[in-house]
Ligand binder design. Structure first.
Ligand SMILES: Nc1ncnc2c1ncn2[C@@H]1O[C@H](COP(=O)(O)OP(=O)(O)OP(=O)(O)O)[C@@H](O)[C@H]1O
Ligand SMILES: [Mg+2]
Length: 471
């Protein structure tokens, strides 16, 4: 059936429903408003999707719903999870999709957008450590509720998790893609993302029964990123040429640089704030990224720890004394201040180490560009205290004072004008004269000398002007 606005379908009790506006079409199906039910939407699978498996999976989801009711805050209803509410069928009775609560997508953003501080600030998203601890806590609590029913997200990553910008509650979509526990049957998840895939699954993927270990790993990666300015726990500075440079390769090789006991193969990124994490938090990360998957903290363990940080009354997060926009863990240094000072040092290093540009016509690189990457290249110099010598300058690019350049700019066109407007006609006149005497010859000789000198100066003037720098 080609679903479109106005098509009449049926719910599980054969009540007629009319499709409203198409909200969005994804890889598996299209999501429509339902005219008769303003609080619900319909997801209808695309032709070619194996609806027989989805029908059984959806029945299992309806039988075993997680305990994640809508939450009310200041009179606004927040749907936490778009869990199916019923099956949908064609008028002939064939299964075509399911209904679920409508989520106010416009009031939400995905977690990916909150991880990069500059992007978050530009979009008005939360940037404080407190807000991020709250997001991390809410995510862990939601996962714990899913895990209690033995349902797993599997393709858990910041891009797949949304949150309400005002309340910071999590909003989960695309639940029919999760790994679902049915009556004596498991319906696997379809996808994984290798940057968030646990070491033991990097080679062969996640098999049925292994999903919780995967969700625990991906949750720990996301918590680390939320509390550490977007830094991935497997980023860092490898100490060896043969070590993998990509995140999946580093995950598979257990190259976690932020363990309490360190890692001789990889050093932490200088912008990391892990030294400002309290011991219980570092202990949890050490367990999550150790070589023993069975030690990985559960979602409910994460929930309990993070709620402690997120609760304002607990006083575990405090305002920074130096910069009121920063927060840090009580009794520990402010990681945001350290990051800021490192970045401004890097910025200064970028300015002083950048090779002087030979082309005066081009714009200078903007200082703010140093903020763009989490680990800008000059930062490494700052951290190691090694100052790269400025690149050698070509001779022609020797500094030229502003006065000299003005002189050249004034004399150059005059010489050129003389060559083109006076010298050449005089030469032509001499040639055209029927009987030129020694006076004409002398005059032309002097003019010819001046012409040669002018041309020489002009030839010299052009490259010097082109290669000279701005003051
Ligand atoms: N409950 C909902 N309320 C409002 N909009 C929704 C809801 N569910 C899905 N959408 C919108 O429809 C889009 C596609 O939905 P969904 O991700 O479930 O489809 P999909 O075909 O499985 O996509 P993908 O291939 O990305 O997994 C979502 O990105 C979202 O914009
Ligand atoms: Mg999907």
């Amino acid at each position: 059936m080609a679903a479109r606005e106005g098509t009449v379908i049926q719910d599980g009790r054969r009540a007629s429903l009319t499709l409203g506006r198409l909200i969005k079409s994804g890889g598996a199906g299209s999501v429509f408003l339902i005219r008769e039910r303003p609080l619900e939407v319909a997801k209808l699978y695309h032709p070619g999707v194996d609806t027989r498996v989805y029908e059984r999976k959806l029945r299992a989801m309806l039988e075993l719903s997680p305990d994640l009711p809508d939450v009310q805050e200041k009179g606004v209803r927040h749907v936490q999870i778009a869990w199916p509410t019923g099956l949908l069928q064609e008028r002939g009775g064939r299964f075509i999709g399911f209904s679920m609560p409508v989520l106010d997508i416009a009031a939400t953003s995905d977690l990916e957008h909150v991880l990069q501080e500059r992007q978050a600030r530009a979009e008005g998203l939360p940037t404080t450590l407190g807000a991020k601890a709250t997001l991390a806590a809410n995510l862990a609590v939601m996962l714990a509720a899913l895990h209690r029913r033995q349902h797993y997200v599997v393709d858990l990553k910041p891009l797949n998790v949304r949150f309400y910008r005002k309340s910071l509650f999590i909003a989960m979509l695309d639940c029919d893609g999760f790994s679902i526990q049915g009556e004596g049957e498991r319906f696997p998840a379809g996808q994984v993302t290798t940057d968030y895939l646990a070491p033991e699954f990097q080679l062969h993927g996640v098999k049925p029964g292994e999903e919780e270990a995967q969700d625990r790993f991906a949750l720990a990666v996301m918590v680390f990123q939320l509390l550490n300015a977007g830094l991935h726990p497997y980023s860092g500075r490898p100490q060896g040429a043969n070590l993998p440079s990509d995140l999946p390769g580093r995950i598979a090789s257990h190259l976690y640089a932020y363990a309490v006991s360190g890692n001789s193969h990889i050093l932490p990124s200088p912008v990391s704030g892990h030294q400002g994490f309290p011991a219980p938090l570092r202990g949890m990360f050490d367990r999550a990224f150790s070589q023993r998957p069975l030690q990985r903290p559960t979602a409910s363990e994460w929930g309990a720890l993070l709620q402690g940080y997120a609760r304002r009354s607990a006083g575990q997060l405090v305002k920074c004394g130096k910069d009121g926009t920063h927060q840090h863990f009580a009794g520990l240094p402010c990681a945001a201040c350290a990051r800021k000072s490192l970045l401004s040092k890097a910025e200064r290093a970028t300015r002083s180490h950048a090779p002087r540009r030979a082309n005066a016509g081009k714009k200078r690189p903007r200082a703010a560009a140093a903020h763009g990457a989490v680990t800008p290249a000059p930062l490494r110099n700052v951290a190691r205290g090694a100052a790269a010598p400025p690149a050698a300058q070509p001779a022609a690019a020797a500094p030229l004072g502003p006065g000299a350049r003005v002189l050249f700019a004034a004399v150059g066109p005059l010489l050129l004008g003389w060559v083109m407007g006076w010298g050449m006609p005089a030469y032509r006149a001499y040639h055209a004269a029927a009987d030129p005497g020694w006076r004409e010859a002398m005059a032309l000789g002097v003019q010819g000398g001046l012409l040669l000198l002018g041309a020489l100066l002009f030839v010299l003037f052009v490259p010097v002007l082109v290669t000279s720098k701005r003051p």
